[in-house]
Ligand binder design. Structure first.
Ligand SMILES: [Mn+2]
Length: 469
């Protein structure tokens, strides 16, 4: 009998509410699933994306939390197969991710398709890279998160899937109709894999669901957002023998106490009694919404309220939200200028889609098209993007007058250009094509600066160096 554990959306390193204790909660949840898998002597463990909460700047503690748990699985001889989620990787640029690091350290198998000059290949895992792996009687395919390109890449990937034994397709993809989040596709795109695949292991949506004993999504292990508190979620323990038997196991997680309190007069004793009625000895996160009037709000001391909550609940976090009639306290007046408001709005929208780093380009394009449309300005924008020149200029500086000066600065000076090119920056060109932008490499070839532009990641990414030759 085949046995495995399927988890997703672990979000290691998430210091929720700026609370160290919360980051430990996420690590505890992960460790408890690994321990469960070892106890049940499963054949392998699946992590369907978002093992980490952040793509970069992972602190040493978070890395230790990941490696210590994974080492336990390794010691027990249980392979851990993973894919990258939207939190784990940049999905338009091939770069060395923390999951690649864990794979390089022999702790996980990190499956993803390979793109050589825009052509996708689904290769067998060779110890460092690949998109599928054959274990004893089981074949596992893995596809990382691709955002808006998901459907296109899935279609091509599907054609390359070949059944062998019990076949699993693992991906960090959301299914429409469960939660209104970005990166979702219609489930029939996956149901089409029936016959080729036996089990679809998903991650991304922090709510569990199973479709047709075929598509499985476990949800988040810990609570990444208060909205998740009502969802059934956890991890799947799966047994395969004449069909699939599964169990959704809801792991222990931090207790959240959500309270609504209406105050008509500044009476702290009544408030204390209200809290005592809801007391729990769980060291919870307390999220308290207080509804009151403008005049009573003025008489209330938030620090004193917090102190009372702390006395009664011994919580790890207290969050107080004010719902004040007439709304005076809920409005944040902001005297920013129009440009910075616009910039903030566009940045926030783009960040929701993981495009936070192209705000400058979007604003420049917008200003070009909204003012006197001028082809030379578009040319310059494209040139800046292609040659990877970082433009820190403001909107005002995109005026035509300054354009020729900058272009002139760049062209004759090869040394300066090479200096700037060697830094990989995510630009618009990365978004329209998965393969690396060609012109950059051509400029580097035959240059005496070649030594200097050598990319250290090549040492780890053998696909990267093969592609360049
Ligand atoms: Mn997630």
């Amino acid at each position: 009998m085949l046995k495995f554990v399927h988890m997703a959306d672990v979000h290691l390193g998430y210091r929720q509410y700026n609370c160290e204790e919360r980051a430990i909660d996420f690590a505890q949840a992960f460790l408890s699933v690994i321990k469960f898998a070892i106890e049940r002597k499963v054949d392998f463990i699946l992590i369907a994306g978002d093992l980490f909460h952040k793509k970069s700047d992972i602190d040493p503690l978070t890395l230790a939390q990941a490696t210590k748990a994974l080492e336990k699985a390794k010691k027990a001889g249980i392979p851990v197969i993973a894919v990258e989620g939207n939190h784990d990787s940049t999905y338009f640029k091939e770069s060395f991710s923390w999951l690649d690091y864990l794979a390089k350290s022999g702790l996980i198998v990190n499956l993803k398709p390979n793109f050589d000059d825009g052509v996708m290949t689904v290769d067998e895992w060779d110890g460092e890279s690949g998109a599928f792996i054959d274990l004893d009687g089981v074949r596992i395919y893995g596809m990382k998160y691709y955002g808006a390109l998901t459907e296109k890449i899935l279609e091509e990937f599907s054609r390359k899937i070949k059944r062998k034994g019990f076949t699993i397709f693992m991906a960090h993809v959301g299914i429409e109709g469960y939660l209104n989040i970005y990166g979702c596709i219609s489930s029939n795109k996956l149901h089409r894999l029936k016959g080729k695949v036996d089990y679809i292991a998903l991650g991304h949506i922090h709510k569990s669901f199973v479709e047709d004993n075929f598509i499985f999504n476990p949800g988040s292990l810990e609570t990444c957002d208060i909205a998740e508190l009502d969802f059934r979620r956890g991890f799947f323990y799966v047994e395969v023998e004449d069909g699939i038997r599964y169990e959704l196991i809801e792991n222990n997680r931090r207790d959240f106490v959500l309270l609504n309190y209406k105050i008509d007069s500044p009476d702290y004793e009544e408030f204390r009694q209200f809290l005592i009625e809801h007391r729990r000895n769980t060291k919870p996160v307390v999220d308290l919404t207080i509804t009151t009037t403008k005049s009573v709000r003025k008489m209330l001391d938030e620090d004193r309220i917090k102190k009372i909550v702390k006395e009664i609940f011994d919580p790890i976090v207290v969050r107080i939200k004010w719902n004040v009639e007439d709304g005076f306290y809920s409005v944040k007046l902001n005297f920013e200028n129009k440009e910075s408001i616009e910039r903030n709005v566009i940045r926030q929208i783009l960040e929701n889609y993981d495009y936070g780093d192209i705000v400058d380009e979007v604003l420049r394009l917008k200003s070009i098209f909204c003012s006197s449309f001028n082809v030379a300005m578009v040319d310059r924008l494209v040139e800046d993007i292609v040659f990877g020149i970082e433009t820190k200029e403001t909107l005002a500086e995109t005026e035509e007058v300054k354009a020729p000066k900058l272009v002139k600065d760049v062209k004759p000076n090869v040394g300066v250009k090479a200096e700037k090119i060697k830094r990989p920056i995510l630009k618009l060109t990365d978004l329209v094509d998965v393969k690396p932008a060609k012109p950059r490499e051509k400029k580097i070839e035959n240059s005496e600066e070649e030594e200097e532009v050598w990319d250290w990641r090549k040492a780890y990414d053998k696909r990267g160096s093969a592609r360049k030759r």
